[in-house]
Design a protein around this ligand. Structure first.
Ligand code: AP5
Ligand code: MG
Length: 217
């Protein structure tokens, strides 16, 4: 049976890093709403232009377009076959409710929802050193995961960039929005008995070991 998982957690906790490890080692399809929005921005689509106006301020993109965009991805043959690890979606209780309706229609259920937990100061340190590949999306960190050659991706040799929303003011706003809008999503899944909290303070391998502990094989 393919795995169906959700990673919930504040900005910079390591959702994208864990989702990439899960794709590599478990074969599940990572679906990151942030990554999809940034690709739309890069391609300068209407959705990208709309999303940019929110993302640059650290605000959430409106539920309607976000839900539509993510449910479309969930209906792909690849996702049906491989399963999924959702990263950054659902981020509001309304998005979680819409996902529930979709999963019910597809007659599938979630295996578990993992809440990654760290202190704000760790988040700020992780975001301060982050760089991402402009082509393949590989995530690096100046001290925790430096690329072999400065400014270039180990995997595809493309340029690494710092995200525009990784500045102190926007990070503060993203943390505020997480507490207000996304922390209730964790409670929504806790009430359904699906939530597992994982301490995400260790290095990426330690967190991966915790995250995957007890997952159905
Ligand atoms: P999104 O792209 O989802 O950003 P985010 O939630 O703020 O999370 P990040 O991607 O910043 O961090 P991450 O947890 O993935 O950490 P990473 O693995 O990179 O969303 C961006 C924006 O899009 C939102 O603000 C919003 O505007 C919009 N949006 C997205 N989804 C939406 C939705 N559903 N509804 C509405 N709007 C939406 O790691 C961070 C750094 O730490 C890296 O450098 C990494 O190398 C390092 N690192 C990772 N793990 C470890 C570790 N264990 N130890 C040491 N270093 C580590
Ligand atoms: Mg991410």
């Amino acid at each position: 049976m393919p795995l169906r998982l959700i990673l919930v957690g504040p900005p910079g906790v390591g959702k994208g890093t864990q989702a990439a490890l899960m794709e590599e080692r478990l074969g599940v399809k990572p679906l990151s709403s942030g990554v999809i929005f940034r690709a739309e921005i890069e391609a300068d689509t209407d959705l990208g232009q709309l999303a940019k106006s929110y993302i640059d301020r650290g605000e959430l993109v409106p539920n309607g377009v976000t839900i539509q965009m993510m449910l479309k991805r969930l209906r792909s043959d690849e996702v049906r076959k491989k399963g999924f690890v959702l990263d950054g979606f659902p981020r509001t209780v309304r998005q979680a409710e819409a996902l529930d309706v979709e999963l019910e229609t597809e007659d599938v259920s979630l295996d578990c929802v993992i809440l990654l937990v760290v202190d704000d100061e760790v988040v700020v340190r992780r975001l301060a050193g982050r760089m991402g590949c402009t082509k393949c999306g590989e995530i690096y960190h100046s001290s925790n995961k430096p690329p072999r050659r400065e400014g270039l991706c180990d995997k595809c040799n493309s340029q690494l960039l710092v995200r525009k929303d990784d500045n102190p003011e926007t990070i503060r706003e993203r943390l505020r929005v997480f507490r207000e809008e996304t922390a209730p999503v964790a409670e929504y899944y806790r009430a359904k008995g699906l939530l597992r909290e994982v301490d995400a303070a260790g290095d990426a391998e330690e967190v991966y070991a915790e995250v995957t502990k007890g997952l159905p094989s």
